[in-house]
Design a protein around this ligand. Structure first.
Ligand SMILES: Cc1ncc(COP(=O)(O)O)c(C=O)c1O
Length: 512
């Protein structure tokens, strides 16, 4: 099994439990009892790795000696073992049960489930879907750890989301209609598809509701396309770096990637024909507007060229428009879908980036047989996006709330972007170069000298920073960071960015 397929079966108590300092039972005994319960009930199966001691201390809010004592007790009970190079793991079922029984410690309570716990590890290793990269798993967990300054997060801060306006929408709806509690039709609610159709028309995309499939976010759109349209072993062309490298929707469906470079005008179109022929590419994926992670906006000329080149090759395009409406300086050129006269472009949109990532509403626009095929898979996946979310989204768009919110959001993002650019000028001028994004969320920081990005991620975490390193978007990258100006408040960025500059300097000087 390759690295990228290795499952991380790390036991970590997450944040729902911590020992009770007011209780009479000593902290280490509470921790021992908690872990024992997890192990004997099979929630932590044999072979599962425990988080490193340092991490456990942090998660449980206790000092090292407390954790060491608790782990010592668990080892003495035979339910965990240390493996050289492999950390501390839950022991094999029988051995653990035996030793626990022999030790007499609470064994009556725990013996039965232990004996029945199967080895889930083999299963966890085998499922068809690839796991996230370890750094992505860390980010997904650490984003819920209070106190970290999130320098690369790809969603707007809660204070930038339209909480009050959405409350008004929900109140309006609750007065007007009974909540939709049934499933919706396969393509999604007609009301929402009509509203999306009208939104798309503002961007030059003519799509009637029969060409629109409502998805649970754009991410599900990617999953459906990966599973429903591409044969195993096929190749898609894409920008490198790309958001698509940071998820495993396509690789899990057996689809290969062939990355093409970008310049300041977007994807280098002259590379497409050769690469498409060489790889017999089945599709081209692009984020032409405010690309994730580089922030690059594809120029109008480049879009025309892209359509022409791919038209000659008969190559379908998957256009990801997740950030399209988030322009800051001037509206972007027309989307590729608006230039499409042959039904060759599939277009993805979402409400996640401007209005609400939690609503989980996105859409795919494409030829009717394609969206019907994808809708059929969606019906087998989740029977549709939440009916309540679809109702709220339709009202949000139809009531003009979205447009109003976008205008406010753009003004706030402009300020935040400019503040971050100033900070970069102060602290990174000798260390890196960067783009000035005209929309979207991201600044792609390009370090003059490479640093080991995983080490930087870890040291930054210890210093209270959460990073999105460039290797998440291009495995071979060793000199980029995706910075986001939409999550951490300016005051935190003022603290966090100089700390980051200091850490990078140290690593570069150490030549690690
Ligand atoms: C380019 C791009 N596409 C799609 C998505 C998925 O967004 P969602 O599923 O929240 O709509 C993201 C999220 O980061 C993204 O950056």
């Amino acid at each position: 099994m390759t690295d990228s397929r290795q499952r991380r079966t790390e036991a970590c108590h997450s944040r729902e439990w911590a020992p009770d300092r007011a209780a009479a039972l000593p902290l280490h005994q509470q921790i021992t009892g908690y872990c024992l319960d997890k192990i004997t009930s099979g929630v932590w199966p044999p072979g599962m790795r425990l988080a490193p001691q340092r991490e456990l201390c942090r998660q449980l809010g206790v000092n090292r000696s407390t954790v060491v004592t608790a782990l010592g007790q668990l080892k003495a009970l035979g339910v965990i073992e240390g493996r050289r190079g492999g950390g501390t793991r839950v022991t094999d079922v029988q051995a653990g049960a035996h030793s626990a029984a022999e030790s007499g410690a609470d064994s009556s309570e725990h013996a039965a489930p232990l004996a029945s716990a199967g080895s889930w590890n083999a299963y966890v290793e085998e499922g068809v879907h690839y796991p996230n990269l370890p750094t992505v798993q860390d980010i997904n967990r650490l984003e819920y750890e209070p106190g970290l300054i999130r320098l690369g997060t790809g969603e707007p801060a809660p204070e930038l989301l339209p909480g009050e306006a959405m409350t008004r929408v929900l109140a309006e709806l609750s007065r007007q209609t009974l909540p939709p509690l049934s499933y919706e039709e396969p393509l999604g609610s007609l009301g929402l598809r009509r509203a999306v159709s009208r939104e798309l028309a503002k961007n030059g995309i003519e799509a009637d509701p029969a060409s629109i499939l409502i998805t649970s976010g754009a991410l599900q759109g990617l999953q459906l396309i990966a599973m429903g349209l591409l044969p195993r072993g096929s190749t898609i062309l894409l920008e490198k770096p790309s958001y698509l490298y940071s998820i495993h929707a396509f690789q899990s469906a057996g689809v290969k990637f062939s990355g093409l470079p970008l310049d300041e005008g977007g994807l280098c179109v002259e590379r497409i024909a050769g690469e498409a022929r060489r790889t017999k590419a089945a599709m081209l994926y692009s984020i032409p507007a405010f690309h994730n992670p580089t922030g690059i906006l594809m120029s109008a000329e480049r879009r025309q060229e892209l359509m022409e080149v791919t038209g000659r090759l008969g190559l379908p395009i998957l256009e990801d428009g997740a950030y399209q409406e988030l322009w800051l300086d001037a509206p972007p050129p027309l989307p590729l879908k608006a230039l499409d006269r042959e039904g060759r472009v599939l277009h993805l949109g979402t409400l996640s980036k401007a209005a609400s990532p939690g609503l989980r509403i996105g859409w795919i626009v494409g030829p009717e047989p394609v969206v019907r095929r994808l809708a059929d898979i969606k019906m087998q996946t989740d029977y549709g996006a939440s009916s309540l979310s679809q109702l709220a989204a339709a009202r949000w768009l139809e009531g003009g709330y979205h447009e109003e919110h976008l205008q406010l959001l753009r003004a706030k993002l402009r300020q935040r972007r400019d503040a971050v650019l100033e900070l970069l000028q102060c602290h990174f001028a000798d260390l890196a170069a960067w783009n000035i994004p005209s929309g979207g969320f991201y600044i792609w920081l390009s370090l003059h000298k490479p640093v080991p990005l995983r080490t930087l991620f870890r040291t930054a975490h210890k210093a209270g920073l959460l990073l999105n390193t460039g290797d998440l978007y291009d495995r071979s990258d060793g000199r980029h960071l995706r910075l986001s100006y939409v999550y951490a408040p300016p005051a935190e960025l003022e603290i966090g960015l100089p700390i980051l500059a200091g850490l990078i300097r140290k690593l570069q000087q150490a030549g690690v």
